[in-house]
Design a binder for this molecule. Structure first.
Ligand code: XIL
Length: 336
């Protein structure tokens, strides 16, 4: 209730959660979906259907879930998600083909020569891309491949296939589904200029070699303080000037980034609202052909990955624990 009344304070006649967020926006508004919540929680379902027009699977497209054994793909939940998107007219963004986390044991323990690794890698990518061809609009082909200091992360893929695994991943994905938009996705792209330059140089180099890369996902797991707005502006400018579509792909705004003892205040909720509004205004300034959309990493604070993953009290999303819209939701709607 506190949240609802503080929400009303900031409203200018638009903060009605019965009206879709996406109906206010010229670019897609997405969320990371959790199929368990969708199937079992009617509040979640209602918000999912009514508010967003783009969906990213939060987990179920990761190799651990989709490809649990070498010669077995588990399409069951993924196909239910495809059906949900088709029935409800949602864009489906695939996350993620190649990452170093959430890999099944059989990949971690895979024994084989470099060319056997490469074959397995190719089959993984292409089987998935072909299965979802025409259903998944875009892919995070490679996730988090660059270190904070700008070097190539020493993932199992790099170790077994070599530095060219990123180029190969994009080539294989494009070959399997030439109509899909292909993204490189990473965190701290605004905060860390060194990392951003390294990503741009990697992707520009791939393009020069004829590889198709359409865009960059800026994850945006951020806080009310960092990155500063001028850093976000610089990143948006640089990526769009380099002709990459930009997906703000995993937005959440932490109120407690240092994992302290925490008390939720109206002031902090306002700061969160102001932060997202500032980002939205900056995003609206880039040419529309580069606006792939803004995707939130969840719906309600109650099921944000942050609480579980970092084991802390936090309130990073648009809806509160009872699925009431927060000030950040209201101000976002005003700003869109
Ligand atoms: C997270 C999921 O939300 C969690 O449920 C899971 O336990 C770990 O992964 N960057 C990414 C996402 O690219 O895939 C991560 O998702 C969050 C960080």
């Amino acid at each position: 209730m506190i949240l609802l009344s503080s929400c009303k304070k900031t409203e200018i006649g638009k903060c009605d959660d019965l009206q879709s967020l996406y109906s206010f926006s010229d670019f897609p508004i997405g969320f990371a979906i959790d199929m368990n919540e969708l199937n079992n929680d009617s509040h979640y379902y209602e918000i999912a259907v009514s508010q967003f027009n783009s969906v990213t699977p939060g987990n179920i497209f990761k190799p651990y879930y989709l490809h649990p054994a070498e010669s077995y793909f588990d399409w069951f939940e993924a196909d239910r998600l495809v059906e949900f998107c088709q029935n409800n007219n949602k864009r489906l963004h695939g996350h993620t083909l190649i990452w170093h986390n959430q890999l099944p044991d059989w990949i971690m323990n895979f024994q084989g020569s470099q060319s056997e690794w490469e074959l397995m890698f190719k089959e993984h990518i292409q089987t998935i891309c072909l299965h979802f061809k025409g259903k998944v609009k875009s892919w995070d082909v490679v996730n988090e491949a660059i270190n904070d200091n700008g070097t190539l992360r020493n993932t199992i893929w790099k170790q077994k296939i070599g530095n060219s695994y990123i180029e190969k991943a994009f080539r294989y994905a494009h070959e399997a589904d030439p109509d899909a938009f292909l993204f490189y996705n990473d965190y701290d792209i605004a905060l860390n200029e060194t990392k951003r330059k390294a990503i741009l140089s990697l992707l520009n180099n791939l393009r020069q070699r004829g590889v198709t890369v359409h865009g960059i996902g800026m994850q945006m797991h951020i806080s009310v303080v960092h990155p500063e707005n001028h850093q976000i502006a610089a990143a948006l400018k640089e990526l769009s000037e380099n002709d990459f579509k930009i997906h703000l792909s995993e937005v959440d705004i932490s109120l407690n980034p240092l994992s302290r003892e925490f008390e939720l205040t109206e002031e902090l909720l306002e700061r969160q609202a102001n932060k997202l509004a500032a980002i939205t205004l900056l995003y609206k300034e880039i040419p529309s052909r580069y606006q792939y959309g803004i995707t939130f990493w969840g719906v309600s604070d109650r099921n944000s990955w942050i609480r579980e993953h970092f084991n802390r009290d936090d309130y990073p999303l648009l809806f509160d624990d009872n699925y009431n819209p927060k000030p950040v939701y209201c101000k976002f709607k005003e700003t869109l």
